[in-house]
Structures are given as C-alpha cells and as structure tokens.
Design a binder for this molecule. Structure first.
Ligand SMILES: [Zn+2]
Ligand SMILES: [Zn+2]
Length: 177
C-alpha cells in the first residue's frame, strides 16, 4: 500500500500520538512541537491541562482501535474518535504538493490534532482494513503500528523490535535444544 495522500500519511500522526510517552505533564506541548509540520504555522501549542487531557484521551482511542479484535469494536471506537473531530477539509499546496487538510486552518491545536488523527486513522481503516492496525508483539514493547507491508504480515512496530525478537527466539531455542 502506498501513502501518496495526506489522508493516509495522517495515520502516522495518529500512531505517533498513541505511542507518545505521557509521563511528563508537558508531554502534549512537546508532542505538538515535534510534529509542527502537521499544523497551521503560528498555531499555539500552549495547551491547558484540560486540553492535554483530551489529547491523551484521543491517544487512548487510537490505541483502542488498534487493540480491537472485531469489526464491531473497531467501528464503535473509531466512531467515538470521529465524534471528537471537527472536519472542515480544504485543499492546499503549502509544501509544493496539492493535498487536503482536514481541520480548519485557524482552529486551536487540539482541534487540528484530533481531527487530523481521526480522519487519517479512519481512512486507513475503511480503505485498507482494520487488520492493518496492530500492537507490537515484541516483549516489553506495546507500541501501536500500521502495517504497510504488501501481504499485511507485520507483527512488530519497528525493525528494531523485529530483530530483537528474532534474536530472543533464537536464544530461547538454543537453550532448549
Ligand atoms: Zn499539508
Ligand atoms: Zn515494538
């Protein structure tokens, strides 16, 4: 599958949000700052504690969609996430490529975040199937991923986790042999 539209690449923002480390109370502002190319230039990333909390709730919903094991569960959770979105799509070529943005350009950071994440995730689910979302099978990793492999056979969030698990499995085999 190729991610040649903003709609599909926006799923990456959703995945990264779901995997964000939320220990620091300022995590949401840090997350927005490190993903600022998804936001209208000049958008304030100063979130109130309540807004940070809602960003966390959005992250939880993305994870819940990835963890869901039936289409019914996926739909319930996805629609819960979509209910938080305030889509107002517009076409732009701000980076030289013609593409769509999903949120009002002058909307607050939280609204842009929630809307982009919800729309990006839903597009992948409805176009490519909810089985494309998963949670890493590596021990001590619970990162969410989107499977872009041709045959949808991915089980790990990253090559690092995949090779770490291969090594661990090899060692475990050696011990029992
Ligand atoms: Zn853009
Ligand atoms: Zn992993």
């Amino acid at each position: 599958m190729d991610y040649d539209t903003y709609g599909s690449t926006a799923v990456e923002l959703a995945i990264e949000l779901a995997n964000a480390d939320r220990d620091d109370p300022e995590w949401a502002r840090a997350f927005l700052g490190s993903h600022d190319d998804w936001f209208t230039p000049g958008t304030s990333f100063d979130l109130s504690p309540g807004e940070s909390h809602r960003a966390g709730a959005t992250a939880d919903l993305v994870r819940a969609v990835a963890l869901a094991e039936s289409q019914d569960d996926v739909l319930t959770r996805l629609n819960e996430l979509l209910a938080l979105a305030r889509p107002r799509p517009y076409a732009t070529d701000h980076d030289g490529e013609l593409h769509l943005h999903f949120a009002r350009p002058d909307s607050p950071a939280l609204e842009q975040l929630t809307t982009t994440v919800a729309m990006g995730l839903s597009q992948v689910v409805v176009q490519h199937g909810w089985q494309r979302l998963g949670v890493c099978s590596a021990e001590s990793c619970d990162d969410v991923y989107v499977d872009t492999s041709r045959n949808a056979s991915r089980r790990y969030c990253s090559n690092t986790c995949a090779s770490r698990s291969t090594v661990a499995a090899y060692r475990a085999r050696q011990k029992t042999e």
